[in-house]
Design a protein around this ligand. Structure first.
Ligand SMILES: [Zn+2]
Length: 280
């Protein structure tokens, strides 16, 4: 009788330990993990179904921790050139309106800047690609300009947030090249980096991004050993994360926890690709 309950627990525990060692051999030993880059989606007072929201107090706690420990935000160019491990990049994927409303004032309070990645075809419109999150609006041009003027960097996150690996050349041009032109024209600033929707890319998509004149591009997680400026990995913080997650990812210790959080990020992110088809 007791075995009925104990056996599944032992099974799940063994699976977890197996997963951890798999992570250690495949990623940690080959140093495949993101450096000090953190991405957020929605910042809100209320939780939502998808889990990509970080609550306001949670977000402020991260910033407080970063400030108290001497971390500073910088530009993408400087970040990529610098060897200073206290420099960080904070991304706000999809440029939601709630980032303007809730995160921007706190970012200013701690004198941080970030990277906004709007989806060119959705400026000022509502999200349609996440499960049950249609109520979330994207920033309009005025908000993007205001944050840009304050010092936030703006990059392209495609035209319509599709899995670019599945598109033909013509459609890829719209997502990669035209999205850049739209943003440059409407924001009157240069758009030099790209962020792959769902972090999904391949060699063809990367080539297109390069040809379109971008200096580099970001993804979520990678399994590539060598640094590729067209596939820069980033960490993502979700609603279940705390300062312990942030601290562990920044300092990469204690090792067991680092494995736990990095693996959790990879697994969560992997499931993110299904969000457009799970319409609950
Ligand atoms: Zn996105």
């Amino acid at each position: 009788m007791v075995l009925k309950y104990i056996l599944p627990v032992i099974f799940v525990f063994s699976l977890y330990i197996y997963g951890w060692f798999y992570w250690y051999l495949k990623f940690y030993r080959r140093k495949i993990y993101a450096s000090n880059i953190f991405s957020f989606h929605k910042i809100s007072k209320y939780p939502e179904f998808g889990g990509t929201t970080n609550l306001l107090f949670q977000f402020e706690n991260y910033l407080k921790f970063l400030k108290e420990n001497g971390f500073k935000t910088t530009t993408i160019d400087d970040f990529l050139e610098s060897k200073d491990d206290r420099k960080i990049l904070i991304f706000f994927d999809d440029a939601y309106e709630n980032v303007y409303r809730y995160a921007f004032p706190i970012m200013k309070k701690y004198s941080f800047t970030g990277v906004l990645s709007p989806v060119a075809g959705y400026i000022g419109k509502r999200n349609v690609w996440d499960a049950k999150t249609g109520k979330f609006k994207h920033m309009d041009l005025g908000m993007l300009k205001e944050m840009g003027d304050y010092g936030f960097e703006i990059i392209s996150h495609s035209f319509s947030h599709k899995d670019l690996r599945k598109l033909n050349n013509e459609k890829l041009d719209l997502e990669i090249l035209v999205s850049k032109e739209i943003l440059e024209k409407s924001l009157k600033r240069r758009i030099e980096y790209f962020l792959y929707p769902f972090g999904l890319t391949n060699e063809k998509v990367k080539r297109k991004v390069k040809e379109a004149g971008y200096k580099g591009a970001f993804t979520s997680y990678t399994d590539k050993e060598d640094f590729d400026i067209y596939e820069i990995p980033r960490n993502t913080l979700y609603i279940i994360d705390t300062n312990l997650t942030l601290k562990t990812l920044l300092f990469r210790k204690p090792l067991f926890l680092f494995g736990h959080f990095d693996m959790k990020g990879r697994v969560t992110n992997w499931f993110g690709r299904f969000s457009p088809i799970i319409k609950l």
